[in-house]
Design a binder for this molecule. Structure first.
Ligand SMILES: [Zn+2]
Ligand SMILES: [Zn+2]
Length: 221
């Protein structure tokens, strides 16, 4: 990553102050982590923010909330899910984001304890405008996001920052989400009898009485 790319992302990140105190810092981090200027990530970032507000909760720092994002994979604007992770704090590493393969630009933010949830979806007209934008047309021609000229990508983001939430999203009333019981978190390690690597205890498999990691056990799951 070039210094000038970082500076471009930082300058754009400063505009996140429109989301409220300290959100410029988070928006800047989101841009740096995501790595390029596009419409999908900022749209997801704002959708996550709208969900936090609708559920009247803070960004997740621990493990109390969960997101089910409906974007799936294999299409344009998958970047949406990165924005959702970064604004809600429900990240992949914390195990707090699940992907439903619906190919839809929506997320469900769920409080794990109460199962209280809200769903935020991008309005169809916003998606239509986004898919008709010069940015997506260039992406369709195979041009990587970092090579789309900034005078095309930057106004896209600035427009998404400036628009009122209700123009961008449909936000549900709180509802009860049918969340299955969470698996118990393991704090114990075992060492695979075959490869010797460390394995979380609850993922180890017994083969002829010996603990093994899933790949060595040959069980495939
Ligand atoms: Zn992107
Ligand atoms: Zn192993």
């Amino acid at each position: 990553m070039q210094k000038e790319q970082i500076e471009i992302l930082q300058a754009l990140g400063a505009k996140g102050e429109a989301f409220g105190p300290l959100w410029d810092t988070l928006f800047e981090s989101a841009l740096l982590i995501h790595g390029h200027v596009c419409g999908g990530m900022p749209l997801g970032f704002r959708a996550g923010l709208a969900a936090l507000k609708a559920l009247d909760v803070e960004r997740e720092l621990n493990m109390a909330k969960l997101v089910v994002v409906e974007t799936g994979s294999g299409h344009a604007a998958g970047c949406f899910a990165d924005g959702v992770q970064l604004s809600t704090g429900c990240t992949f590493g914390k195990g707090l984001i699940r992907r439903a393969e619906y190919g839809k630009w929506a997320l469900n933010l769920i409080e794990r304890g109460s199962r209280k949830a809200v769903r935020v979806s991008v309005r169809p007209g916003v998606m239509e405008a986004s898919f008709n934008s010069p940015f997506v047309k260039m992406r369709h021609q195979g041009i990587p996001p970092t090579q789309v000229p900034l005078d095309i990508s930057r106004p896209l983001v600035e427009g998404l920052i400036a628009k009122p939430e209700e123009e961008l999203f449909t936000i549900s009333e709180p509802f009860e989400y049918p969340l299955p019981e969470s698996p118990v978190t393991s704090f114990n390690l075992i060492f695979c009898a075959s490869c010797g690597e460390a394995v979380a205890e609850n993922k180890a498999r017994l083969v002829d009485g010996k603990p093994m990691c899933i790949p060595c056990s040959g069980s495939g799951s």
